[in-house]
Structures are given as C-alpha cells and as structure tokens.
Write a protein of this length. Structure first.
Length: 378
C-alpha cells in the first residue's frame, strides 16, 4: 500500500501453482500437499482482501493487478524447466540456502525433491513477471530472502539489462512480525486474527487491537497504520502520561478496523465495544448484538427453564456457563455485586425468565470487568 501510494504499480502474486508444491522456508518438516481444489479455494478467499486494501481500478495508471502463477507454471514442461531454468542453478549453492541446509541436517525429516525444487519455481515467477510485466521489485517476508535472490540471479542470467534499458531486479524483505517478547504473530499461533469476517468478525478484529499490550502498541501503530511520525510520537507521549486511558490502543483499533472494513463498520464495532464496557448492552441493535455474540462463550440450555417464574441465576452460572465453578463460588460473586445481566447488577436471589432475553433470543451475563457468557437461541 505504501508503494502504491508512492506511485508504483503493485502486482499481487497468488500461488495457484507454487501452492501445489509448498515452500520449505521456515518449516522443519515436509508440508502436506494440498489438492488443486483446496489451493483454488485459498486463492478465492485471499483475493478479496487484496482488492479491499489495494486500489485495483484498471483506469488508474498504477492500479494493482492480481495474477496467478498457475497460469504460466502449469504450461511449463519438465524438460523445458530442466533446460531453461535448472541449468542456471547450482546444486552446491542451493543446498547452502538456510531453508534447505537445515532440512538436510535433519536426518529424520530431510527434504523431498519436490520442496527442494520450490526455489526454482519462485525464481521463475520473478523472471516471468520481469519479462512480461516489467516487474523490477519483489517484496516479501525475510524468510523469502533466498527465494528472492534466486529470482534476481535468474533474471540476471536470462535478461541482460542492456536489452531493456532498465535495471534488472531488486528484492525488499521485511522482518517477520513479533511482539515485544519476540513471539511470532502468525496464523498458526494461538489467538491469531484473520482478515476476513467469516474467520474473525469485525468486532473480534477491533478487540484484538484494543487489547494490544502497552509494550507493543506504538510499534504496531508504526507498522500497521498510515499515521504520520509526528502523530505517533504525540500518541506515544500521551500514552506514557496516561496508559490507563489506552488512547494508543483505541487509535490503533480504529485505524485498523477502518482500513479493512471501512469507517461505517469501524463506528459500529466501536459503539458495541463501548456498550459492553459500560454495561449498556441494551443499546445495541439486533444485528450488532448477534455479531458480538459470535465472539464470546455461549450456551443453549433448554428454553423451558426460563418460562414461568424462571430459573435461579445461581444454578445457571454453575450448570450452563463458565463463570462459576460451584454454587459457593457463584454465591460469592453474586453477593459481591460482580455479576450483571444485560448490563444490570443482580443479586443472589435473581431468577432468569424469558423476559430477560434481548430480542427474544439472547441473554448476556457478565462477571467482573471482562468475563462474558451468552445464552442464545439463534
């Protein structure tokens, strides 16, 4: 996005071909091969993300284009690859790449010829795009350094800069994102967030950023937002003076949610977050209530329990929620005023009836400041 704003034309490379092989980079064992149907489904799921974040308008001179390397890799013959690509690669040099050397030293796992050949495919991608679309820069994570260098070398060998009058090729890598403790933030990690609403709802996406630790928030503002250096410095100063106000986290959450889902969705989920925090859940409209409920623990006890005089809340907490482990514990929470229903503090004698169900289908129970449980029937 930064490069496009600076006037460059992004080419988003989808791995319809390479996804069938698997990159050994960063892996200590062989990847499980995906079938064509799964790879195509992955591409279909990822494509809308790039279309939201990049300007893909073909009328713009630097409008982004999305390409699939299956379109050219699937047309290559085996002998053609060996003659026209493989001859430019030294096995001696290939086995020195970190991704290969580490696997070669692991006698139990080793590396298959399939994964060993992956760097040839990625190098060919760069060469193909350099030749067909005049792509001169490849950007990726730092774990792709070896593959990018292989592509640059292949371009240097097959395309003389004198033939085009343009520089041959360049690579730009970014360190993999970690928190202040050096822990990787990725899709295989616990608590990872996704960029589509079917995997992480806009509300959960907002909550992830609002709950970023103080030690990480300023770095995240620098990495993930388009705020100026001066704006971030001002936020950092205010955050140091009053970290309990979480101004930096709120700004980060607003910026990220608006970036991915637009200002209108950002406004809605921020209102929902404020309503839950301030015990004003009755102010939520039905659609937003349903969305919020997707992201907190919930259960569906038999509805008849709430008919007539209703069901004792103390029993509900123990038998149908994760908020209390025993009746004794539930009674302590209720007597201390730590439990609320739909934003209202309740006592130990409270019974739950069908009249408590918001919009006829949802009951929100809160213990303390952050622990929620929903009873829902939709």
């Amino acid at each position: 996005m930064h490069w496009q704003r600076a006037g460059h034309k992004p080419i988003v490379l989808m791995g319809g071909g390479t996804g069938l092989i698997g990159d050994p980079s960063g892996k200590d064992s062989e990847r499980q091969l995906l079938d064509l149907k799964q790879v195509e489904a992955n591409i279909a799921g990822q494509r809308p993300i790039f279309e939201r974040l990049l300007d893909c308008d073909p009328k713009n001179p630097n409008g982004a284009v999305i390409v699939n390397n299956a379109d050219w890799l699937s047309k290559l013959g085996y002998l053609e690859v060996l003659r026209d690509v493989g001859k430019h690669f030294s096995v001696n040099a290939m086995i020195q790449k970190d991704s290969v050397r580490e696997r070669l030293n692991n006698r139990e796992q080793g590396i298959s010829y399939t994964e060993f050949s992956y760097m040839l495919l990625q190098a060919y991608d760069f060469y193909h795009l350099r030749r067909e679309k005049n792509c001169t820069v490849q950007i990726a994570g730092s774990d792709q350094y070896g593959n990018i260098v292989s592509g640059i070398d292949l371009i240097r060998r097959k395309i003389s800069s004198g033939d085009t009058g343009a520089p041959p090729a360049f690579g730009v890598t970014n360190p993999l994102i970690t928190d202040h403790q050096g822990k990787k933030i990725g899709k295989s990690e616990k608590g990872a967030i996704w960029l589509t609403a079917d995997r992480t709802s806009p509300y959960a996406f907002y909550q992830f950023w609002i709950n970023v630790e103080d030690a990480d928030v300023i770095s995240f503002l620098k990495w993930f937002t388009f705020l100026s250096e001066a704006e971030i410095a001002d936020l950092a100063e205010r955050h140091r003076a009053a970290p309990h106000l979480r101004e930096a986290q709120k700004t980060l959450a607003r910026q990220m949610t608006a970036l991915l889902y637009g200002p209108s969705v950002q406004t809605k989920v921020e209102a929902a977050s404020q309503a839950l925090f301030n015990d004003k859940v009755r102010e939520l409209d039905e659609d937003l209530l349903v969305e919020v409920m997707r992201d907190i623990p919930h259960s569906t006890p038999e509805r008849f329990l709430f008919e007539g005089e209703g069901y004792p809340l103390i029993d509900l907490l123990v038998q149908h929620t994760s908020l209390a482990a025993s009746k004794r514990e539930a009674r302590e929470f209720l007597n201390s005023g730590a439990v609320s229903i739909n934003g209202e503090k309740v006592g130990v004698d409270r019974r739950v009836t069908t009249r408590d169900l918001l919009f006829g289908h949802t009951l929100l129970i809160k213990r303390g400041k952050k622990l929620w449980h929903a009873i829902r029937y939709q």
